[in-house]
Design a protein around this ligand. Structure first.
Ligand SMILES: Nc1nc2c(ncn2[C@@H]2O[C@H](COP(=O)(O)OP(=O)(O)OP(=O)(O)O)[C@@H](O)[C@H]2O)c(=O)[nH]1
Ligand SMILES: [Mg+2]
Length: 257
């Protein structure tokens, strides 16, 4: 069965870079038949050679022009168009001949908030589930995490994604190479024992001070059995770790803790 790995995450979290480096690693190390598929109609330059490119059908710029929309409105429109054309798109390579591919990596658009809040996103992601053994990875950008409160907020974006699409999402920290040891501790706590973040949250005033412990307890409840995986595109060992993590999740075999 073909594996489908979908990289999602906020703008600039490293989806495209990871699509490239994970795909390259799978080819050079495991000699797998890998397809890197671009679903971002706004992408300008891709560092990989896509086997599917949504820009062959339409681009963000074309939609802006055609519908007289700004970039965000056009982006919302592109998600709608993808869902309307879903059957047509899935009848094309690589989806039409899945058996030829060991793994398809899906690079998604940068505007996660638009992507999450579009009901059509659910249609697209569920389609992947129908086609293959699918893992949706939510990338948490190290560079956006300065404090424990930042870590909790990033976690919640992932929870929102899960709620909206109704599917499990696996968190992974990106850009591990730029983490100082303090920040590494914060992100590791976030994924392994979020309750410990409470000790480091510091003083908050008013309603926030009451909400934060509740948010942390939801993070504890929703953490699941995921182990902290920190990747860096220039560190093959971390890419290998990511791969075995994805494999375990896809097979639901092995202990993820
Ligand atoms: N230091 C470091 N930088 C990285 C890493 N991965 C990505 N970047 C940088 O982060 C920036 C954004 O990377 P992209 O791969 O374009 O991120 P993206 O999520 O595809 O971005 P959008 O599609 O625009 O949302 C680029 O400048 C990358 O070079 C990493 O592992 N380490
Ligand atoms: Mg990208």
């Amino acid at each position: 069965m073909t594996y489908i790995v979908v990289f999602t995450g906020p703008a600039g979290s490293g989806k495209t870079s990871l699509t490239k480096s994970y795909g390259d690693w799978l080819r050079s190390t495991l000699f797998l038949n890998v397809c890197q598929a671009n679903f971002d109609p706004g992408a300008e330059n891709l560092p990989y050679n896509p086997c599917f490119d949504i820009r062959d059908y339409f681009t963000l710029r074309e939609i802006m022009k055609q519908y007289g929309l700004g970039p965000n409105g056009a982006f919302v429109k592109t998600v709608q168009i993808i869902s309307e054309k879903i059957n047509e798109l899935m009848s094309k390579e690589p989806f039409s001949r899945l058996g030829e591919w060991d793994i398809i990596i899906i690079d998604t658009p940068g505007q996660l908030e638009a992507f999450i809040f579009q009901p059509e996103t659910r249609i697209l992601l569920n389609k992947f589930y129908e086609l293959g053994r699918t893992v949706i990875v939510y990338l948490i950008d190290s560079s956006l995490i300065e404090t424990p409160a930042d870590a909790i907020t990033m976690w919640f974006l992932g929870i929102l994604l899960q709620i909206k699409i109704g599917l499990d999402v696996v968190p992974v920290i990106t850009k591990a190479d730029i983490l100082s040891s303090n920040k590494r501790e914060v992100v590791t706590k976030l994924l392994s024992s979020p309750e410990k973040l409470l000790e480091d949250l510091g003083d908050y005033e008013g309603i926030v001070s009451e909400i934060i412990p509740d948010l942390v307890s939801i993070a504890v409840k929703t953490r699941g059995a995921y182990r902290p995986v920190l990747v860096s595109t220039n560190d093959p060992e971390s890419i290998e770790e990511l791969h075995y993590y994805i494999h375990e999740v896809a097979c639901s075999c092995g202990d993820l803790t």
